[in-house]
Write a protein that binds this ligand. Structure first.
Ligand code: KMH
Ligand code: ZN
Length: 299
């Protein structure tokens, strides 16, 4: 066996791994889900710094109620602006904010204005759900997540005008077609960055076979990442990084470090995937390396 000759580590054949930490939790996560969810500005900044030290190059943020850790119920934009400014003072990291939030009690025209205004808070990326879907858990805005193709196209246009890169959140195969339609219309610069959100019940099953099917549908120059919920988070991250994709972990998708044990911080989840990457000899991207791979405009 001439193993020495044929043995290549993943760092020789794959790009470095971009780890996103979704530190705040979205609308499904509050202090009743886990007491460790960061909720005040200080807690969120500390959590971001620790996640970056553990290997994250991107952080994904939602606006939080500082007392309860629930989703912030008013206009999230000033809250997100404060997070971004305070994070920038402490650490270099790519900042990705959600297009969600601010919907409860407001009609779609108001969501539209909130998203447009949110494009200029100083972040580099924004997540965008690429379709309307059934929610996988109880939610204050009802059973359906509403993002029509027209809304998506308009919001991608706002992001492009402001030099913010969309992270296209894809929950089922039809949403890959929506990404391709936006690409064909030239609404966002190439290459697109897609995140497969493997929620199980109402969308993709979190399985290697499903992921392989999806990746095969993407143009080869697009970049992609995976987030899977709950106990599937770490195993699917391991699959994704083995296949050459990128990963997202954090309280938004999973609050457990292992069965029955709550993670005490997002950084513990980041460390777990960073350790797997090291064992696989896949390099871990710094924020600047992530910016280069994702072709982001530095803020
Ligand atoms: N909540 C996640 C499963 C967003 O915030 O815009 C997907 C997400 C979407 O992060
Ligand atoms: Zn989110």
């Amino acid at each position: 066996m001439r193993q020495g000759k044929y043995w290549e580590s993943r760092s020789e054949i794959m790009e470095k791994l971009i780890i996103t930490a979704a530190v705040t939790g979205g609308e499904y996560v509050s202090k009743t889900t886990t007491p460790y969810v960061p909720s005040t500005v200080d807690e969120i900044v500390k959590e971001v710094v620790a996640s970056v030290e553990a290997g994250a190059s991107v952080v994904h943020l939602h606006a939080k109620n500082p007392e309860t850790g629930e989703a912030y119920s008013g206009d999230p934009n000033p809250v997100l602006r404060e997070y971004i400014e305070c994070i920038r003072e402490e650490v270099d990291v790519v900042i990705n904010v959600t297009t969600g939030g601010g919907r409860v009690g407001n009609p779609p025209e108001v969501w539209d204005r909130l998203v447009e205004a949110r494009c200029s808070l100083g972040q580099e990326m924004m997540s965008l759900n690429m379709g309307t879907m059934n929610r996988w858990a109880e939610h204050p805005t009802g059973d359906i997540f509403l993002n029509t193709v027209k809304m998506i196209e308009r919001w991608c246009g706002y992001m492009t005008e402001h030099g913010v890169k969309p992270e296209h959140e894809v929950y089922d195969t039809g949403m890959i077609n929506v990404c391709k339609r936006i690409s064909a219309k030239g609404i966002v610069p190439e290459p697109l960055h897609v995140q497969f959100v493997m929620v199980g019940s109402t969308g993709f099953l979190p399985t290697p076979r499903m992921l392989q099917y999806c990746v095969d549908l993407l143009p080869s120059e697009w970049t992609w990442s995976v987030c899977a919920l709950g106990r599937h988070e770490i195993p699917m991250a391991a699959v994704a990084m083995t296949m050459g994709g990128h990963v997202r972990v954090g309280f938004e998708d999973n609050v457990y470090l292992r069965r029955g044990v709550l993670a005490k911080s997002n950084a513990e989840l980041v460390s777990k995937v960073a350790n797997i990457a090291r064992e696989l000899e896949r390099g871990i991207a710094s924020p600047d390396e992530a910016r280069e791979m994702l072709q982001l405009r530095k803020r």
